[in-house]
Design a protein around this ligand. Structure first.
Ligand code: PEP
Ligand code: MN
Length: 338
């Protein structure tokens, strides 16, 4: 339910309404807007009818149901598009953020060299996996904590904040201690204990769409993260599994406007995992900007031929630089701020 407060309500009115919501065993998520404050009351749906009585308070204007099954993620709850800021990187509400870096952290030289090059080309955030969810148990699984330390070093050298994946609920504290944003990978989109744990941790979260997740299921996963208190959540369309085999996955660009209609959350596109092929990455980046995405997550490796993971879909720094120039041109017509 959404509790719309009277524009003249005081701080103590707000506090007492929040207390009433919490006394019903529900959680209160407050958005202080320019014109008015609204509270989203979520939790066990059986307490819903009791909330209606709050409408009798002079400090409350209206109590409205949120019709969508995802509540805090919905546009019904928050009409204005959200902006997520991490260092200099901004996503959403017209801001187009670029995250770039290798699939996985391999060596100090590799991550620092790549970080310096993507920064020079204009990326505002670094990516790199330290814990890798690989299809084969015999494939490179990542450097784990050593990888996190190298990412922190790359941040120190370049000033770029970084996002890295966490695959295990027990590692959330460890990964969160080093990183600026926690990534939940496609395979874990419905790992509910993991979603809850990262939501509770409090740092920004990048939540990837699963290989076979409908948009509604995807937004329900986002709801798990938000319902635990996370304030900064970015969605990421990274391709879904279809009958088509020419590309690694099928990039569902129509998900961008659909999600933006249903939700206030920023959504970025990952053309690297979507296409699986370097030469298709740039056209899909431009298409993502054209269809209104809020940013990109791109794999860039300083020497893709030697990459331990996802080399064929990784851009080299030169191609990434050329792509950034095209995006800068495109931003003039798309109205997105790079
Ligand atoms: C990644 O971004 O490194 C990754 C593993 O992607 P996905 O979860 O989308 O497959
Ligand atoms: Mn990868």
């Amino acid at each position: 339910m959404i509790i719309v407060m009277n524009p003249k309500c005081s701080k103590s009115d707000l506090k007492s309404v929040i207390k009433k919501i919490e006394d019903l065993g529900l959680r209160a998520h407050t958005i202080v807007g320019v014109e008015r404050t609204v509270i989203g009351a979520v939790g066990d749906e059986r307490g819903k009818d009791m909330l209606q009585d709050l409408e009798m308070l002079p400090s409350v204007d209206k109590v409205l149901p949120i019709l969508k099954p995802y509540k805090l993620a919905s546009r019904e709850f928050k009409k204005e598009s959200s902006i997520v800021k991490i260092g200099q990187a901004k996503f959403g509400h017209g801001h187009f953020g670029i995250i770039a870096g290798p699939c996985s952290v391999e060596t100090e030289k590799q991550i620092i060299d790549t970080a310096m090059k993507v920064k020079k080309a204009g990326a505002k955030m670094l990516r790199g996996g330290a814990f890798k969810p690989r299809t084969s148990p015999y494939a490179f699984q990542g450097l784990e904590e050593k990888g996190l330390k190298l990412l922190a070093k790359a941040r120190q050298e370049t000033g770029l904040p970084f996002v890295t994946e966490v695959i295990n609920p027990e590692d959330v504290e460890l990964v969160g201690e080093y990183s600026d944003m926690l990534q939940i990978g496609a395979r874990n989109v419905q790992n509910f204990p993991l979603l809850r744990r990262v939501g509770k941790y409090g740092k920004p979260v990048l939540l990837k769409r699963g290989l076979a997740t409908t948009i509604q299921e995807y937004l329900m996963s986002a709801e798990y993260v938000l319902s635990e208190g996370c304030k900064d959540l970015i969605l990421c369309e990274r391709g879904i599994r279809t009958f088509e085999t020419s590309t690694r996955n099928t990039l569902d660009l129509s998900a961008i406007p659909v999600v933006q209609e249903l939700s206030h959350l920023p959504i970025v596109v990952d053309p690297s995992h979507a296409t699986g092929t370097r030469k298709f990455v740039a056209p899909m980046c431009l298409a993502a900007m054209a269809c209104g995405a809020d940013g990109l997550l791109i794999e860039v490796h300083n020497d893709p031929q030697k990459a331990l993971c996802d080399g064929p879909q990784s851009l080299d720094p030169k191609d990434f630089g050329a792509l950034m120039k095209k995006l800068a041109q495109m931003s003039k017509v798309s109205g997105k701020k790079l």
